[in-house]
Design a protein around this ligand. Sequence first.
Ligand SMILES: CC(C)(COP(=O)(O)OP(=O)(O)OC[C@H]1O[C@@H](n2cnc3c(N)ncnc32)[C@H](O)[C@@H]1OP(=O)(O)O)[C@@H](O)C(=O)NCCC(=O)NCCS
Length: 413
Amino acid sequence: MSNRPFRKFDHERDIKSVQRIWVECGWIDDEDHDKEVVSDLFRLGETEVGTIDDEAECSVHWTEGKIRYQNETLDLGAVTAVTTSHIARKLGFAKVLTARSLARQHEVGKSVSALGIFEQGFYDKIGYGTGPYENLVQFDPASLKVSYPFRPPKRLTDADYKQMHGALCNRRKFHGAVDLHPAESVRFELKSTDKPFGLGYYDGPDGRLSHFIWGERKGEYGPYDITIRAYQNREQLMELLTLVKSLADQVSSISTLEFGEFQLQDLLNQPFRTRRSTKGGNYAQLLEAVAFWQIRILDLEACLAKTHLPGPGVRFNLELTDPVYEILKGETGWQGISGDYVIDLGEESSARPGSESGLPRLKASVNAFSRLWFGVRPATNLAITDELYGDAQLLERLDAAVRLPKPHFGWDF
Ligand SMILES: CC(C)(COP(=O)(O)OP(=O)(O)OC[C@H]1O[C@@H](n2cnc3c(N)ncnc32)[C@H](O)[C@@H]1OP(=O)(O)O)[C@@H](O)C(=O)NCCC(=O)NCCS
């Protein structure tokens, strides 16, 4: 495989080609500001490129992160940008380079990999399984039922990226919460925002930013799109919602990913009536559910060592298939996690290579097993739509064993 046209990205040599790919993909305009933002991104994380005539025509970029599994934290590889130029499509570049990046993520100790998807199906070919629905809400800020005292916030700009990164890392976290590193990865998001607005409060130790919202203004009356938000406790959340409400004299509509752990509809006045009366309009109240991120296990033993599930335990033989094996089988090093394992799920969980006689058997793709482990759907559901096969009794025992809150990244990438 050494004659394959893949190599490590070299910023000086390759950045112009990568910028050209991004322009071709329509991800950026052919303008200096946009190209500079991409150039900065590619100084972070790791990238490999696929080449034609030694020119980079495909690039796969990933960066470091952390991901919460209940109260535990796992090392994450976050695949942040996969792009192929117009002259290199359908050659397998994106698939192979993403699989190679998984091998690299595993090599440097990442237990899990995650990414945002452009469509369902493509990353399934390298073992990713789809996360749960996230709710996208669009609402009239005037209809928010919050009565917290208003305090003038401070303005935030992309120059404050370190403060915002700190506030994100210190935010209130639940199952599935992701942090990306280094801080400059946030700067990329901030600098990529058209017509940005950022507002926040510096209540942290030493006057650090504690809670904030960041987003994009569309038009005079909205919708304002909140793309990043962080808070540490209920009071800060209420203060942010009060801040959002304070814009309502002018702004008719705010859109945001639901903050995750609470139900925004609880805080809306007459949500059904408003939905009826705004239907079809520019400022319609909307609630849309979409599953747009995927996850996969890279190191099964490490993931299960950090899995603590109260309730009845279950022990079984797992026959796991990983499509990465077919893609990387000629290479040296990690080739996925296909194989037989004895799995214990319970207060103390584990995965051990091999099998044991007398145990029930579960057959699964790494895609489906990752979804089960992460709590995306119960086993009996996955057995209907995904590659997860076991007898009814085992599936029901798995349903009883894996009862996790719905996971949310809380950080878009
Ligand atoms: C998505 C993208 C990176 C794919 O690049 P590529 O190098 O052409 O991809 P590959 O050659 O590795 O794989 C293409 C194969 O995947 C298949 N595929 C694409 N989308 C798929 C889907 N949703 N489900 C199943 N298969 C899919 C293609 O049909 C093709 O199959 P074929 O080789 O059998 O014809 C490229 O189209 C691109 O840059 N798009 C714009 C940017 C973008 O959306 N990037 C992804 C960000 S998450």
